[in-house]
Design a binder for this molecule. Structure first.
Ligand code: PLP
Length: 393
C-alpha cells in the first residue's frame, strides 16, 4: 500500500540531496573537525560551510550559530544558559515540552516562572505579556509556530515588549523553519529575537541535529562541560555529517521559500481542510482565524475518539497525529488544546494533519475519499452522535 504521510510536523524524510551531501562525511571525510591534519581540516571546512548556509537562512553571523543535538537541546540551552536562581522566566502554556519541562525544572531550582495563558485562537496576547513583566524578568520564551495547531505567535510584538523591559527573548522556531522567513538582522522583522531554536528533522535534514542562534551580545553559559567546541557554548565533538545535512537542507529551504512552493502548500492544506469540513459535520479547525503556517491543520471531529480515528486512518494508509500525547499508557488531552479552552472531550477528538512540500494533490484527493468515511464509520458506533436524518413526509 502506498502510504500518505500527513505528519510532517512530527518529522520529515531526509531529502536525497541532503543524504548525498552527508554520505562522504561518514565514509571518506570522517576526520574530527578539531584535528589539525588534513582530514580534520576537511571536516572543519564542511562545518564552516554549513554554518554559513544556516547564517544566510537566518540573516545572522556564522559565529552566532551553535550546533546542538536538536530542538530539545537548543531549547534547554536557551533557558538553562541564560537563567540563574532569582531570575524570572516568562513562557507560554502552549510551548513544546522541551520548553515547558525545562521551565518546570528551572522552577525547582529557584527560577521564578510565569506560564502565560493564550486566547481561544491559541495566541499569546501582547498585553498579557506586558502585565506579567517584573523587575527580575530575565528571559521571555514564546514559540514562533505551534507544532499542533500551526498558529503563529506575534513574536515581533512580544520580543519588543521583552526588550523594552530589559529582558532577553527566545523563540522556539522549530515549526517555523522552512515555512516562515527568519530574519534576525538588525533591520529584519525578528531584530528583537536574541535566541532562536531550529531542528534538522523538521526541514528534511537528519534527526539528532539542531541549532541555537545566539545573538552576539548574549552571554550564554554552556550546559555541557568539556572541550571548547562551538566557541565554548556547546562542548562535544561535532556531528559533522549531521551538520553538513542541516546546512544543505537550510540551503534548499531558503531557495524553496523564494518560489511559489509556500503558496502551493497553503492551497493544498486549504483543500484538505475545506474538503474535510465540507464532508464532515460537527467538525472544526482549532486555531481558525489566527495566522497559521501553511502546512498544518488541526481538526476536531466531535463524537469520535481521535485515537480510534488515527488507527483507522493508519490501517487505510494515512499517517497523522493525535491532538493528545500518550504518556505512560494514559491518553492525556493536549495541553495546547486545553490551554485554548477546548473541553477534554473535544481535545481528545482532535487530529493534526501536517503536509510538506512532498505532499501531492493526488494524495490529498485520496485522503479526502478516506477521512470522511472513517469518521462516519466511527460515529455509527458513537452513543452521543445523532446523525441528522432528513425525513420526507
Ligand atoms: N520544539 C517544537 C515546537 C517541536 O515541534 C519539536 C519536535 O517535535 C521540538 C521542539 C523538539 O525538537 P527535536 O525533536 O529536534 O528535539
Amino acid at each position: 500500500m502506498r502510504r500518505i504521510y500527513l505528519d510532517a510536523n512530527a518529522t520529515t524524510p531526509l531529502l536525497p540531496e541532503v543524504f548525498e551531501a552527508m554520505r562522504p562525511f561518514y565514509l571518506e571525510h570522517y576526520g574530527n573537525a578539531s584535528s589539525i591534519h588534513q582530514q580534520g581540516q576537511q571536516a572543519r571546512s564542511a562545518v564552516d560551510h554549513a554554518r554559513e548556509s544556516i547564517a544566510r537562512m537566518l540573516h545572522c553571523r556564522p559565529a552566532e550559530i551553535v550546533f546542538t543535538s536538536g530542538g530539545t537541546e537548543s531549547d534547554n540551552l536557551a533557558l538553562f544558559g541564560t537563567l540563574n536562581p532569582g531570575d524570572h522566566l516568562i513562557t507560554s502554556s502552549v510551548e513544546h515540552h522541551a520548553v515547558l519541562h525545562a521551565a518546570e525544572s528551572l522552577e525547582s531550582r529557584a527560577v521564578e516562572v510565569t506560564f502565560l495563558p493564550v486566547n481561544q485562537q491559541g495566541l499569546v496576547e501582547p498585553s498579557t505579556l506586558q502585565s506579567a513583566i517584573k523587575p527580575n524578568t530575565k528571559l521571555v520564551s514564546v514559540m514562533y509556530a505551534n507544532n499542533e495547531t500551526g498558529v503563529i505567535q506575534p513574536i515581533e510584538a512580544l520580543a519588543q515588549i521583552a526588550h523594552a523591559a530589559g529582558a532577553l527573548f527566545h523563540t522556539d522556531a522549530v515549526q517555523a523553519g522552512g515555512k516562515l522567513p527568519l530574519d534576525v538582522s538588525v533591520k529584519g522583522p525578528l531584530k528583537d529575537i536574541d535566541l532562536l531554536t531550529l531542528s534538522g528533522h523538521k526541514i528534511f535534514a537528519p534527526k539528532g541535529i539542531g541549532v541555537l542562534y545566539v545573538r552576539r551580545s548574549v552571554r550564554l553559559s554552556p550546559m555541557f562541560h568539556g572541550g571548547t567546541h562551538e566557541r565554548q557554548r556547546r562542548a562535544g565533538t561535532e556531528n559533522v555529517p549531521g551538520i553538513v545535512g542541516l546546512g544543505k537542507a537550510a540551503e534548499i529551504a531558503t531557495e524553496w521559500m523564494k518560489t511559489d512552493g509556500p503558496s502551493t502548500l497553503a492551497a493544498l492544506r486549504d483543500r484538505l481542510e475545506n474538503g474535510i469540513l465540507a464532508a464532515v459535520d460537527e467538525a472544526g479547525v482549532n486555531g481558525a482565524g489566527a495566522p497559521r503556517v501553511a502546512n498544518t491543520t488541526n481538526i476536531y471531529f466531535d463524537h469520535v475518539e481521535a485515537e480510534a480515528l488515527l488507527i483507522a486512518l493508519d490501517l487505510k494508509g494515512i499517517s497523522v497525529s493525535g491532538g493528545s500525547a500518550c504518556q505512560s499508557g494514559a491518553t492525556e488531552p493536549s495541553h495546547v488544546l486545553t490551554a485554548m479552552g477546548l473541553t477534554d472531550a473535544r481535545a481528545r477528538a482532535t487530529l493534526r494533519f501536517s503536509l510538506s512540500k512532498l505532499t501531492t494533490p493526488e494524495e490529498i484527493d485520496e485522503a479526502l475519499q478516506i477521512i470522511p468515511e472513517a469518521v462516519a464509520h466511527l460515529r455509527r458506533l458513537s452513543p452521543t452522535y445523532k446523525a441528522t436524518v432528513s425525513v420526507t413526509h
